[in-house]
Design a protein around this ligand. Structure first.
Ligand code: PLP
Length: 234
């Protein structure tokens, strides 16, 4: 299957999942995760209409963004970000799904000011309680959102999670339900200037369940670009 065929298939599966959930397919965006794949693969997906791409290593994101700068693409940093890489994200990314530290937020805000840019941020939540996963514990999120209020160059639009890494569907669904409840709680008592409309959740193996539980952005790598030769980091 070509990348274009895969995109057609995944988009159809997203539409089907929306219909099954009684949702408008326009509410759910497909975010292709191009990490470890060459720029030729990104060009193919761009030809098929994709404009946003996600990477989990800042150097790789910056290099690809620079090489493909003529295509008018937008770049999303996903997952854990080290503070010493904040500059790359501030300069090259339009969105960051994975903020979970106020120190990192301060670094990003300062770098964004230098670059004259703004950054959309989605706060990462550890919804599975797996110790290896990054992200805030759910009960930490409201205070964290309040703490982000002082960073004028960060536009908070929602939450991001990686669900439990298991074949047990109930455990995966529990993660998504937790996220939806968390979103509802934030919406009931929002920090001024913040929005919580986006729920970035669902990957190649669990996006149908994520859509059933309110995902607005699904991050899909393998099902579009094929298996990765190097194991994913973060
Ligand atoms: C790699 C990655 C994905 C995509 O995973 P697939 O299983 O290949 O679809 C999604 N989100 C994050 C944070 C990732 O690192």
């Amino acid at each position: 299957m070509s990348i274009e065929d895969n995109l057609v298939r995944i988009r159809a599966e997203i539409d089907q999942a929306c219909q099954a959930a009684g949702r408008d397919p326009g509410e759910v965006r497909l975010l292709p995760v191009s990490k470890t794949h060459p720029v030729a693969a990104i060009r193919q997906a761009a030809s098929a209409g994709c404009r946003w791409f996600a990477e989990n290593r800042p150097q790789e994101l910056a290099a690809k963004a620079a090489e493909l700068s003529g295509l008018g693409l937008h770049w999303v940093m996903i997952g854990h970000l080290q503070r010493n890489k904040a500059r790359l994200v501030a300069e090259f990314a339009d969105s960051f799904h994975g903020l979970d530290s106020l120190q990192l937020a301060a670094d990003l805000d300062r770098r964004l000011a230098v670059a004259g840019r703004e950054l959309e941020v989605l706060v990462q939540v550890n919804s599975s309680d797996e110790p290896t996963k990054s992200g805030l514990r759910p009960e930490q999120v409201p205070a964290f959102m309040a703490g982000l209020g002082e960073f004028g160059r960060l536009r908070v639009t929602g939450l991001m999670t990686i669900a439990a890494n298991t074949t047990d569907r109930e455990s995966v669904i529990a993660c998504f339900e937790l996220m939806r409840d968390l979103q509802a709680g934030l919406r009931a008592d929002p920090v001024p200037g913040q929005r919580y409309d986006e729920l970035s959740m669902g990957m190649s193996g669990d996006f149908v369940e994520a859509i059933a539980h309110g995902a607005t952005i699904v991050r899909i790598g393998t099902a579009i670009f094929g298996t990765r030769s190097a194991p994913p980091l973060g």
